[in-house]
Each structure stands twice: as C-alpha cells, then as structure tokens.
Design a protein around this ligand. Structure first.
Ligand code: GLN
Length: 484
C-alpha cells in the first residue's frame, strides 16, 4: 500500500479497496517502525489522524469526497496547526501550540485529508541539510550517513521512506527542490503569491512559498489544486485563476523550447550529476522538445544577494520572538533587557543567530545602502535575466543541486559551502518564479534531481513536462531497498 502514489491511493479509496482508517493506520505503523532512526517527524498525531480518517470515510459514504479525501499527508512543522505543537525546528517554539490553522492546513482539512504529523526541518527553515533543527538531524533514507537536504528535510525523508504518501514543504531559496532532489522526489515551488502564506511561520516573507513534495508530477498537481488560491489574509497572495493542474499533464511537449543556462553547467557542478542531467534533457528532446542556449549573466550574484535579503527579512520577522508574546522565556529575568537577551540567546540556535546578526547589520543606518539596497538592485537584474531568457525559451532546465546528498556533518563547519548547495535554486525565489525538481537518475547510488524553472504562473506547464518525462522513465518509482 505504501508504494502507491497519491493518485493511486485516491483511486483505491474511491473504489473502496481500503478505507482511510486502514490506510492511515498503515502509515502510522510505518512511522512507528522506521522513524526512530530517520527522525523525519517531530510530532506524530496518531489519535487525531485516525479521527480525521473516520471523518473522511464518512465524507466518502455521504458522497462528498474529493481527490485528497482520506489520504494521509505529512505537514512541515512550519505551518500552524490548531491544538498541535508547531515548533518550526526551534527551541524558541518548543512550547508553542498553535491556536489556529495555517491557510494551507485549512485547505487540506477542507479537502478531507488526514494529517499524520508534523515533519522535522531546519530551524526557521534556515539550512540546506536539516542539521540546524533543535530536534536533531534527519537521515536520508537512501543512505543514513547522508543529509536529506533542507530545510524541508523531514518532509523529504518521510516521503522517500514511504512513511507518508506525500508532504508539504516550503521554499525560500530551494527548500522544496533541493531536498526533493536529494531524496528522489518530485517537488514544486509555485509562483510567489500562488499559495497563501497565512499561518506559515515567516522566514523571509518576500521569498517564502509553500508547495507539494510528492512521488510524481501527477501527485504534485493534485496537491497544488488543493493548496492554491487567493487569500485576503496574506497581502502578497495574488488573485489569479486556479486551473485544474491535472488537466494538462498529458499534453504533448513537441516544440517545447528548453533553455539551458550556461551558468548552471559550469564549474562547481559534479561531473556525474552533469551527465545525468544531460541524459534527462535528451529524454525530453526525444519527446519533441528543442534545446536553446540561454544566458543568465547575474547568476553568480544570486547567492550573495540572497544572503543579504533573506537575513534582513529574517532579522525583522524573528524580532517577534522576544520571550514576551511567544515562545521560549528564560528563567528569573533580572529586568526586561535581561529577559529579551537571555530568552533569545537560549531559544535560537547558531545559524539563526548568525542570520539575525547579518540581517540586522545589513539593515542598519550606514550599511543599508551598501548592502540591502545593493542586493535589491541585484534582485532586479536577476529578474530581468529571466525575463530575457523567457523570450527565447518556454522552460529552463538544469541541475537542482550541484552534487548528490553530502555526509551528515560534512558542511556544518563551513556555512559558505552549505550556502552554495542552493546555487541553482535561489535565483528562482529572488525572481518569484515557479520551479520544480524531479527524479532524473542516480549517481553513486544517490538520487539526482532535474530542475525545471518556468515563467510566472506556468506551474501547469512545468507539471506537464515533468509528467511526460515520468511516463517514459521510472526513476521516480524507485524506493530505498530498506523501505520498499
Ligand atoms: N538553504 C537556504 C537557506 O538556508 C534556503 C532555505 C529555504 O528555502 N527555506 O536559507
């Protein structure tokens, strides 16, 4: 049962081959059996999940079921979940029980989906390896000495080990796509404004976007159908029609122009990964696509600009965690300043502190023009690069990550090396474009992800290209032997 895709499970539920209760119990049992070692969940909601499953079975009997009704999901612990601990990977929120549901959670609930639990993640979504989590690192199911990627590492590992059929993630600079690549999943970061950020704990608000992490493009499309749409409670949510993302999955890609940015195939890209990406692109050519070379000259500036803008926004967003209103509070404060200082010193981990300091510095009078304003100008250049590129091509393709999963601990002492894990994914967030990663092969027995980047609102096209590719390949069907 656990090797079925979300679409297959939905079909099985519709045919009454199994109930949602049976399905939910099956995944809860797998979590119980395997997650002690993987550490992909921080909270398992067994009792609530079974209640939701019964409600979903009743919904189906009453004839009110939709595609997600009764299907169990794992939710990243960045989404507020009413009555359930929502810690965002941080000691700061270790005691936080959200009083309301995030918009994304409301949508899953309205669809009758079941929440198995909340997944581990880098602290406040800052990281590329899931090693900054207060709850400890997550292991990659493909090789337990390797990282699953981050920040949505728990979601990625849970789906890769088939402890959940699919999960949600969030992506500020690559956190859906990079762990999807490192764990052999299909993950999609939508256009900025497609999915409501309401109730999703903010890291860098102008970059954050939630999206699906699933086995297939079809599953991602089913989830995006449910997750998308305007929400007046998020001022950056955009009024834009939500198509049925499954409707065009099978469309021909003959004549599709795929842009290959030379900057995504240069120095720093692992040779084995490069070969697999080249093979994946020829597969798309066999399906009728043509390839054009494109230039994204500001690519080199994406990581530096991001590491000014994201910390600047995080320093502002995280100022709310002051020991008074939310989260951790130190014992016996001497006075108010001591309360702020010690609560924040105790509640935040090293990476989060590093970002708050960098961001506060970049925003301070005297440095604002030199750093923050400059980074915003670079952001504009990056956006213009993409605008020019999309005059020549429909979709951009390249690697998601420069290498396969690296060792646990390997990059922890070197933040710059860690930051470079997102060298191919970050520009997409700076421009607000949709991007996805899909399984494209294995290098040294570890998964490699193909990244597709589209123009604004082209999610349906990206999913279509990914689906056609998945019809002629079976990388996405592979499961680590231990979890098969
Ligand atoms: N790895 C990047 C960072 O640490 C991106 C994280 C994310 O997308 N949330 O900021």
């Amino acid at each position: 049962m656990h090797n079925k895709t979300l679409a297959e499970l939905a079909a099985g539920l519709a045919r009454k081959e199994f109930s949602s209760r049976e399905l939910t119990q099956h995944f809860l049992d797998r979590i119980q059996r395997f997650d002690g070692e993987l550490n992909s969940f921080v909270t398992v909601c067994a009792a609530q999940a079974l209640q939701q499953a019964d409600a979903a079975d009743a919904m189906r009997t009453a004839g009110n079921a939709s595609a997600l009704t009764g299907v169990p999901f794992a939710q990243k612990d960045i989404f507020c979940t009413q009555g359930v601990k929502t810690a965002c990977g941080s000691k700061m929120l270790d005691n936080f029980i959200a009083p309301y549901n995030a918009a994304v959670i409301e949508k899953f609930n309205a669809a009758g989906a079941v929440m198995l639990g909340k997944t581990n993640m880098d602290e406040f979504a800052m990281g590329s390896s899931n090693e900054t989590s207060f709850y400890g690192p997550v292991k990659n199911p493909w090789d337990k000495t390797k990282v699953p990627g981050g920040s949505s590492g728990g979601s990625a590992a849970a789906v890769a080990a088939r402890l959940a059929p699919a999960a949600t993630g969030t992506d500020t600079g690559g956190s859906i796509r990079q762990p999807a690549a490192l764990c052999n999943l299909t993950g999609l970061k939508p256009t900025y404004g497609r999915v409501s950020r309401w109730g999703m704990i903010a890291f860098a608000s102008s970059l954050d976007q939630a999206g699906p992490m699933a086995q297939t493009a079809e599953d991602a499309a089913l989830m995006l159908n449910a997750m998308s749409g305007h929400d007046a409670r998020d001022s950056t949510s955009i009024v834009h029609p939500v198509p049925d993302y499954t409707a065009t999955l099978g469309a021909s890609i003959a004549g599709l122009r795929i842009g290959l940015p030379k900057q995504y195939f240069g120095e720093g890209l692992d040779a084995g990964v490069a070969k697999i990406i080249a093979a994946a692109i020829s597969e798309l050519e066999k399906l009728g696509a043509t390839v054009v070379d494109i230039d994204l000259p500001a690519s080199d500036l994406a990581v530096p600009a991001y590491y000014v803008i994201a910390p600047a926004e995080c320093s502002s967003n995280l100022s709310r965690f002051d020991g008074v209103r939310f989260g951790h509070r130190c014992d016996n404060p001497k006075d108010l300043t001591d309360l702020y200082k010690r609560s924040r010193a105790e509640g935040f981990g090293a990476e989060v502190k590093r970002r708050i300091m960098v961001g506060t510095y970049a925003l301070s009078a005297g440095y604002y023009d030199a750093y923050y304003l400059q980074a915003q100008k670079v952001r504009r250049l990056i956006k213009s690069d993409f605008e020019r590129a999309f005059e020549k091509c429909d979709v951009i393709a390249g690697p998601t990550s420069p290498s396969v999963a690296f060792g646990l601990g390997e990059k922890q002492a070197n933040p710059i090396a860690m930051y470079l894990s997102d060298i191919y994914t970050i520009a997409t967030n700076l421009a607000g474009l949709p991007g996805m990663s899909l399984p494209a092969g294995f290098e040294k027995n570890l998964p490699v992800g193909l990244q597709l980047i589209g123009n604004y609102w082209s999610e349906a096209r990206l999913l279509n290209v990914a689906h056609r590719y998945q019809q002629v390949t079976d990388w996405h069907r592979r499961v680590p032997a231990e979890f098969a």
